[in-house]
Design a binder for this molecule. Structure first.
Ligand SMILES: [Cu+2]
Length: 176
């Protein structure tokens, strides 16, 4: 009956809509923060970054900084002369676009001592499997297949079950 399907929809929407909207904030190095002598490759390897997530670099003010660089500056630990570092000690960087991102500390010797981070940012609404549960692609196709059986006969009595379902479906999604 329509009601049980509706409640199923509510459950599905409750579970998956928030998981789309909530972005992750990654504290670089976790409790170790941003410092030389830490393996940021291993740190990043266990994580998946998406557009909309945030990196947070934590360090003592004046001890370190954060430069966003390109791949070759990353490899050679070259501090760019034409850009300004972030120096707040608690720098938040929104990952606004997909692709590779490189960050280094500009204090002499720190980058070559491992204070460098490269990550790959994936698209926001990736159809790739989510960490928990079924596909993220479900909400992008809000009309559940099979809810209103297709092909539905065009000519129907106004109080048919199918039309009731359609109205209930519309009412349900008016809340969004
Ligand atoms: Cu440093």
């Amino acid at each position: 009956m329509g009601l049980s399907r509706l409640s199923m929809l509510v459950v599905i929407a409750t579970i998956f809509l928030p998981s789309i909207a909530i972005a992750t904030e990654f504290i670089v190095g976790d409790d170790q923060g941003w410092r030389p002598g830490f393996d940021y490759n291993s740190w990043a390897a266990s994580k998946v970054f998406h557009v909309g997530d945030t990196l947070e670099f934590k360090y003592g003010v004046g001890e370190h900084n954060v430069y966003k660089v390109d791949g070759s500056s990353f490899q050679s630990c070259t501090v760019p002369t034409n850009s300004t570092p972030m120096t707040s000690g608690d720098d938040h960087i929104l990952l606004a676009t997909e692709g590779k991102k490189w960050y280094i500390c500009g204090v002499a010797g720190h980058c070559s001592a491992g204070q460098k981070l490269v990550i790959t940012v994936l698209p926001n609404l990736s159809p790739a499997p989510a960490p928990a549960g079924p596909s993220l692609s479900a909400p992008s196709a809000p009309a559940p297949v099979g809810f209103v059986p297709a092909p539905a006969p065009i000519e129907q009595g106004p109080w048919s079950t199918k039309n009731k379902n359609k109205r209930a479906f519309k009412r349900f999604f008016q809340h969004y």
